[in-house]
Design a protein around this ligand. Sequence first.
Ligand code: OGA
Ligand code: MN
Length: 269
Amino acid sequence: MATAVEGVDLNTPPTPELAATLRKALWDNQVLCIRGQSIGPGAYLTAISAFGEPQIRPEIPHVDGFPAVTTLSSEDRDTKGDGKRLVAGATWHSDDSFMARPSALTALYGIVVPDEGGDTQYANMYAAYEALPEDKRRHLDTLQVVHTMKPAREGLGRTRSIDPAILAQRPPSTHPLIRTHPETGRKALYISRNRMDHIVGMDRAEGHRLIDELVEHAIQPQFTYRHKWRQGDIVIWDNRCLMHKANGDYPEGARRFMQRIIVAGEVPV
Ligand code: OGA
Ligand code: MN
């Protein structure tokens, strides 16, 4: 899992050939890092458009004039909640799983990265699924899960407090626990721990125990990759076959500033 390319300058829009090479690298490796970038939001959007259609999420702060280029900063505070430092995505998740069509891909551009800490971790959900015993896979293949934007679990890290008007536009979504990737045809576990309200037809607590057990399985070292950020990295990952996790372990006062673009996905099947 995970590959890095150097020697590409995204100030020039990717040619169709380069775009196809980058997409293939992403489908084959799940995480793609394009190193050494120094680009503005317009060039960033053009480059990511080679992977699909950028999406807007109005609840996340964005770059002036570029609603699809949102920002993630060590200065973020939960202004609607208690004002404490906000580390988005600090529990294992897949982006926007509560949406009917969750984003397929996420890109993060590391503009300021801390010297130590702030790594992003990934778990390969194809490999985690494939390593399960056959009878377990057959059972999991039958399960559906209700995902909600409002966090479903206590004690799994903070999320941004959401405007009730936005919450009202985001009804729960029911997705299979095992999904098939539309590009590769491979099956993967589809887990976003804090958004999984319950497994359909299963006692809530029992469903949460099963989800926790699958997370513990999937985050074993042989299935995971830890990205140590260098300034200028653009990392693109595939939410359809990965979980990921932010780490807020850099010191108070250290700065981390990222620009984020999400790319439209499909209804999980
Ligand atoms: C995200 C996310 C991880 C990080 O942007 O969706 O989970 O390390 N970010 O900032
Ligand atoms: Mn995330």
